[in-house]
Ligand binder design. Structure first.
Ligand code: ATP
Length: 242
């Protein structure tokens, strides 16, 4: 494994220390040490079942941890309830988008604004980021293409004006050209001061988008580093374990 980045000199926004996670008796994460600096975009890559989604769920409070296992913006949040974590400034774009089918694009976006956190994101700002959503604002979410639904899911999360945006498999089920279009939003999101953590099976997309990458393998961190410091062999070994 590469040397972990020194966290003492950086402005750490999110940190996990020795995070374990369980589904009943089944252990899905083993001692995950992770950090994300303020302003960074970090990607987690790894094969099916490596524990990537579980890690995001644990950060969001959907799986319990001891309080000090997760710190965010200087606060121990490991045992905080999910809704309070959203209020603290973490928003998740879930795998599979999970829009409200009977609601319009605009109504889906408005749901994300219920926290009333102050910040740069509003309906107008989301329509500027994804103009097609403005054109379709009155259509039900279900009448949109997969890529457009993904945009709504991202917009809904941004509407809570998060300090940290978590994205789970944005590329799932989408054509490569659509995935590229969606990832084009990242620099604009970061310009607004929002840090980003993406979970991504598309390794190339992850390496392109992120300042640093973690690879998970069977519930453990198998590699960490900046994309330009990692060799293809290291990544293959960390991803597949071969
Ligand atoms: P994928 O890309 O398939 O979503 P992942 O890296 O996100 O993979 P997780 O979904 O976090 O992996 O799953 C990690 C492990 O936990 C897997 O072995 C999976 O079968 C198991 N797991 C996930 N969700 C549950 C659940 N609700 N109950 C029991 N086991 C689960």
């Amino acid at each position: 494994m590469s040397q972990p980045t020194d966290t003492t000199t950086q402005d750490v926004l999110l940190q996990t220390r020795a995070m374990d996670a369980y589904y009943g008796d089944f252990q899905a994460l083993y001692g995950v040490d992770f950090h994300l600096n303020r302003g960074e975009a970090v990607a987690i890559i790894g094969a099916n079942g490596a524990g990537k989604t579980t890690f995001l769920r644990a950060i969001c409070g959907l799986l319990p941890s001891p309080a000090e296992t997760v710190t965010f913006d200087g606060q121990a949040i490991g045992n905080m309830e999910a809704y309070r974590i959203v209020q603290a400034g973490i928003a998740m774009v879930p795998e599979g988008r999970r829009l409200f089918p009977s609601l319009s694009v605009e109504e889906n976006l408005a749901v994300g604004g219920h926290t009333q956190r102050k910040g740069p994101w509003s309906l107008d700002a989301i329509y500027s980021l994804f103009p097609i959503l403005g054109e379709r604002r009155h259509q039900p979410g279900t009448q949109l293409s997969g890529g457009q639904q993904q945009m709504v899911a991202i917009g809904r999360a941004l509407m809570s004006n998060p300090t940290l945006l978590l994205c789970d498999e944005l590329s799932l089920g989408l054509a490569p050209i659509i995935v590229r279009e969606i990832y084009q939003m990242l620099p604009r999101v970061r310009e607004q001061g929002t840090s980003v953590l993406v979970v991504e099976q598309d390794i190339r997309q992850a390496l392109d988008a992120a300042d640093r990458v973690y690879c998970f393998q069977e519930g453990r961190v198998s590699l960490e580093g900046a994309p330009n410091t990692l060799t293809r062999e290291q990544i293959t070994q960390a991803y597949f374990g071969v």
